[in-house]
Write a protein that binds this ligand. Structure first.
Ligand SMILES: NC(=O)CC[C@H](N)C(=O)O
Length: 223
């Protein structure tokens, strides 16, 4: 399977994401620059990594969502491509209209940075099928704008269509319904605030993230 990671000015988790994907797939992801106007041929999964793209000015992810590569990413999503947005990547996917809702300033108005226990809320996606619904995993969180909110109609659709991928145990940021990650309506785009790529080695203090990538790439390898 072929993967790619997009880098924006201010991305700081692109390298971690590349390492995690390379470990899980055995192949280095293609590095894509935000000014590029095409995605690699035959790519299966594109990741939008975390960081502080364009300094978090305007709103986190708002400027990055208008980068030249984003038109291609939207087309890739329309073709049913798999997209993984983590933290600032989640913010960018929302700003680009690929996922619904908004990510506001954390309710406590502070940057939160810690290991965070999560519940796998659905196993019905390429990203989470290696898990059992209801399983607990610990990934890292590191953000100041992770407070997820959506209007009532979106909220009902997300829960009614089983599109909440992860929820927080002990809500760290005020997110509606403890939402930590959501899926698109075709279940092929995942946006999540926690970072599986930051706790994917026992030497980093936790290994739950490696199961995320092994599960994801295992599913893709069998396609
Ligand atoms: N780690 C990240 O991607 C941080 C996202 C964003 N800059 C925030 O603080 O909310």
């Amino acid at each position: 399977m072929k993967t790619a990671v997009i880098t924006f000015p201010g991305s700081n988790c692109d390298r971690d994401m590349q390492v995690a994907l390379e470990r899980a797939t055995g192949k280095a992801p293609v590095q894509v620059w935000h000014k590029d106007t095409s995605l690699p041929d035959g790519v299966d999964l594109v990741s939008v990594p975390g960081g502080f793209s364009f300094g978090d000015y305007l709103r986190c992810g708002a400027i990055a969502a208008r980068a030249p590569i984003m038109d291609e990413l939207v087309k890739f999503a329309e073709r049913g491509g798999l997209i993984l947005g983590v933290c600032n990547g989640f913010q960018i996917l929302i700003e680009a209209g690929l996922l619904p809702g908004a990510l506001m300033r954390n309710a406590g108005l502070k940057y939160v940075c810690k290991p965070q226990a999560l519940t796998v809320a659905t196993a019905d996606s390429a990203f989470t099928s290696a898990y059992a619904k209801g399983e607990t995993v610990t990934y890292a969180i590191a953000h100041h704008d992770g407070n997820y909110i959506a209007d009532d109609e979106t909220r009902d659709r997300l829960s009614g269509e089983d599109r909440i991928a992860f929820t927080y145990q002990g809500n760290p940021n005020g997110s509606m319904d403890d939402i930590a990650g959501i899926l698109s309506d075709n279940r092929r785009v995942l946006g999540m605030m926690p970072h599986p790529e930051r706790l994917n080695d026992p030497q980093l203090g936790g290994n739950d993230g490696s199961r995320f990538f092994e599960g994801l790439t295992g599913v893709l390898a069998s396609v």
